[in-house]
Design a protein around this ligand. Structure first.
Ligand code: APR
Length: 234
């Protein structure tokens, strides 16, 4: 089976009702990103940061995967699919994708603030227990924090993602402004000659040539891509 790697961003979850970051009315218009999503912001006010992610977690229970998530999951019938997502929601998994790498962490998980990648400290929250209380501690006695890669922090999964991109036979970019590195740099690991598709309703600079632009929303774009790649009309 050919390997298909999909790099996804907030745009694929937009039609599920989760706001993107940099569109008009986006999350970073409403919240000061440095305060709620950076390492310094965490050190300055851990309660404010935990409350911000409590709110984003709460929203997760009211949304469903959309057609784009489902069509991407269905491509697993035709290809060996790896989803490399910048999103921290769990909509790819809920839509049925079985190989999802979260570059920027996962909203439903919390961890140690001393060693965020210590697997013995990573806990998965549930619908009945999704809020981190002020002063709540992780298993190692440090303050409990979101299992999210904040700005200023390393991206632990980037090497895995780069290797996947370098092995891809088809590379698909869906719903990301390609503003944030190192995620945006993954396109440069794709071997020359490998087809790259970019699905976005707006112009996005993929910083490289010969990209097939599908200038549509994620759902419509994934329907077109499915037709292009499999001949199936969905
Ligand atoms: N379908 C497809 N794409 C869409 C849709 C839609 N319905 N609506 C918006 N988009 C596109 C926008 O045109 C834009 O190109 O989704 C992209 C969203 O870009 P950003 O808001 O910058 O989100 P993203 O690229 O995922 O941000 C990357 O930045 O703040 C950090 O950690 C955060 O993971 C995030 C990272």
């Amino acid at each position: 089976m050919k390997k298909l790697v999909a790099l996804t961003g907030a745009g694929i979850s937009a039609e599920s009702g989760i706001s993107t970051f940099r569109d008009a009315g986006g999350l970073w218009e409403k919240y000061p990103v440095q305060q709620v999503a950076s390492h310094d912001g965490w050190l300055a006010d851990p309660v404010l940061v935990n409350n911000f992610y409590n709110e984003r977690r709460r929203q997760l229970f009211d949304v469903e995967p959309n057609r784009a998530h489902r069509l991407l999951a269905q491509l697993e019938h035709h290809f060996d699919v790896a989803v490399v997502t910048q999103n921290v929601d769990n909509l790819h998994e809920r839509a049925g994708s079985t190989n999802v790498i979260h570059l920027h962490g996962e909203l439903m998980k919390v961890t140690s603030s001393r060693n965020p990648d210590d697997p013995t400290c990573i806990e998965t929250l549930t619908r009945d227990n999704f809020e981190v209380q002020p002063g709540q501690l992780a298993k190692d006695g440090s303050l409990l924090r979101p299992y999210i890669v904040f700005f200023q922090e390393a991206v632990p999964m980037i090497d895995v993602a780069a290797t996947l991109a370098s092995l891809a036979d088809i590379f698909v970019i869906i719903g990301t402004s390609l503003n944030v590195y190192p995620a945006a740099g993954l396109v440069h690991y794709v071997r020359s000659g490998v087809p790259i598709y970019l699905i976005d309703p707006k112009d996005v600079d993929a910083h490289m040539a010969d990209v097939t632009f599908i200038r549509k929303t994620a759902s419509e774009g994934m329907a077109e891509l499915t037709r292009l790649l499999t001949g199936e009309t969905v």
